[in-house]
Design a protein around this ligand. Structure first.
Ligand code: MG
Length: 282
């Protein structure tokens, strides 16, 4: 695959991504997809989806898992409901994530992605240790499918994400770097974070955001905005990706599914911005 192919986050029947026809219309060659609901994770649905992507010349680079009951309403709710961290739903979500990995394999995709949740800070605590065990269990299933798992960034600092990946001790665990999430969650300067974790980054989101006020960072969301309008600094972001040796796709994410027209327009503008910067930097 060529370096830095443009991509977009899409959804089949769930999630915040654009629909596949938008990627097709904008001539975008790669997509990450939000995993469809269980009822549509079938061979027939996979075949139909692959027929469409092949016709459009689109490659699926990552299938992201998401679960019923997750809510990003505010940061405390996200911490309570998202990913594999909440213990009451963990077993069921691991099982579902294994099924999503199986579905990704049918799609011929060697990568699955996940928000693991807010990893407990105490590395010697029982909740941290049980999360490590659970993640290993999932990763072994993912490995048997010949796949890697990419953790979405944002809910931890770069340092704690590195500690977690180190402690899991599995060779198929990598990072999907989202610079805007570092700003939205207030977990650190995204460029500094990228320099720290760059050796483990295998996919990225091109998303932008503005910081919450200093006294509110980590407590209230920053604001997700169109690519180039936020505090990430897209030119610095791409230059840093080059510096850390990243060559994978540049997957645009614009999380305004309530306004499909604007979402499509912003993605078109983002494609143009990334193409211009690619021509300068790559
Ligand atoms: Mg993201």
């Amino acid at each position: 695959m060529q370096a830095w192919q443009i991509g977009v986050f899409t959804s089949v029947d769930a999630g915040l991504g654009v629909h596949l026809d938008v990627a097709q219309e904008l001539g975008i060659p790669t997509v990450q997809i939000h995993a469809p609901h269980q009822a549509t994770r079938t061979q027939a649905a996979a075949d139909a989806f692959l027929t469409r992507t092949k016709a459009a010349g689109i490659t699926v680079t990552c299938v992201f898992g998401g679960f019923e009951g997750e809510s990003y309403a505010d940061i405390p709710t996200t911490a309570r409901t998202v990913g594999l961290v909440p213990e009451e739903t963990r077993a069921a979500r691991i099982q579902e994530m294994k099924e999503i990995s199986d579905f990704a394999r049918i799609l011929g995709c060697d990568t699955v992605g996940l928000h693991v949740g807010f990893v407990p800070s105490d590395r010697s605590g029982t909740s941290y240790k049980s999360l490590i065990e659970a993640t290993r269990n999932l990763l072994d299933h993912v490995a048997a499918n010949g796949q890697k798992l990419h953790l979405e960034t944002g809910q931890e600092s770069a340092d704690h994400l590195l500690e977690f990946i180190h402690d899991v001790e599995r060779s198929n665990l990598f990072i999907n770097f989202d610079p805007a999430n570092m700003i939205l969650y207030g977990t650190g300067n995204p460029i500094e974070a990228l320099k720290k974790v760059g050796h483990l980054v295998r996919s990225v989101h091109c998303k932008d955001a503005t910081w919450a006020a200093p006294d509110l960072r980590g407590k209230e969301w920053g604001c997700e905005v169109a690519l180039g309008d936020g505090d990430v600094g897209m030119e610095t972001y791409l230059r840093t990706l080059k510096e850390v040796g990243y060559q994978g796709p540049l997957t645009i994410e614009r999380e305004i599914a309530h306004d499909r027209e604007r979402q499509k327009r912003d993605i078109g503008t983002a494609v143009a911005l990334l193409q211009r910067l690619k021509a300068q930097i790559l």
